[in-house]
Design a protein around this ligand. Sequence first.
Ligand code: AMP
Ligand code: MG
Length: 445
Amino acid sequence: MSAQAGFDHLFHTLAPNRADMENAVPLTNENCAAATEGRGIPVDIAVAKAVAIARTVAEIERIPLMDAAGRVLAGEINAAIELPPFDNSAMDGYAIRTAHLSGAGPWELSVGGRAAAGEVHAGRGSRPKEAIRIFTGAAMPSGFDAVVMQEHCERVGDRILVARLPRRGENVRHAGEDVRAWNLLMGAGDQLLPQRLALLAGQGLDTVEVLRKVRIGLISTGSELRDPGEPLGRGQIYNSNRVMIRAMMSGLPWAEIVDYGIIPDRRDALAEAFGEAPRRCDVLVTTGGVSAGEEDHVVSALGCHGGSLVVLKVAMRPGKPVKIGMIGPILFAGLPGNPNAALVTFRQIALPAIRTIAGLRRVGPDWSTAIAGFTYEKRLGRTEFVPVRITGRDESGRPLLEMLGRGSSASLMAMSLADGIAMLPPDVVSIERGLLLSFESLSSN
Ligand code: AMP
Ligand code: MG
């Protein structure tokens, strides 16, 4: 029986990609045991599989432009008005009519009026050798076709002396030169960054249609976990992942969190939450309990709800046991419990799929180029993500990286000191000083 049989009717907002789900692993005991063997699939394949099963939210909402920062545009927007809406001065200076000035300079003109931004000087009725005092953003008086910068003329009483004649159109911003009416301004999946909001505001829009926020469920699994503020018993540790992942999500203006708190390592408790999550979330993120140990119940609890996995093991460190799949209609991302592994797998594997659900066009991490300032030996075929600190810059501004917490992927301290994460590629065994690496900043702004 296929992994999907029985829940086809649930595929409304998030119908998974058929081809990918046909390769999904139904969660039987034998499959799960088999899936934990081997080295795992390459990181980029894991990301592609996760993105392929993610389905973009369908619901659209109209919200005030003032509240739209970072949201995802639902559809194309065409220009309703041209920009600028009228010919206007690009400088503080004097509007002139070039046709009325010929021969050799300097030219002497009388100043016959004044136009500040927001005012309209008709320009009609003025004498040929007249200039109009004009300020940046003011509408060009009709018939006037150039602006002499105030720095390029000499004012003597109510007259100006112009040494160099501007070309026709010089220092004038023409109606429609930036945006023509009906121009495509932006499209579905564009994120409403501040500069894009500026363009929409320039069109006079006070509301905008965006995709509704992605609802991200979050479960911290682990019987050893206590939340900060609670007393800590022997053998227990504080829950670091919950606040860390919530913090990463709070930087996502297109997402909202459904926090289930801590669930102990019991199949029935996990299964209950997994059964409930599809009613409230578009994606469920869990941390912990995805390794092959007998106290790792996440995968078998998923099986209780006909869940299926497309990613069972990834050739990466940290984060090898990360699981990606579906519970009914929603995406499932089972991150390992070690906080560094949770951070890396959330950003590298889960986030591209979640960004796809959000409807964003750009889904991958923001890599920049940096330079290794350390040496390190690693295993061939495995991608490693290591915490790094920027110790300086080369002459072209590229960061020079120092690796932190060498060897201990469980160090909270190393990650907290890190400026970012460096990716050590699978085809390299020996990282030498000077090697170019991909670097992702961990600072939010
Ligand atoms: P697991 O993935 O459940 O095998 O957990 C791996 C390691 O991460 C164990 O040492 C756990 O105690 C630890 N761990 C799991 N969840 C959390 C969490 N939410 N916060 C801090 N450490 C955790
Ligand atoms: Mg555990």
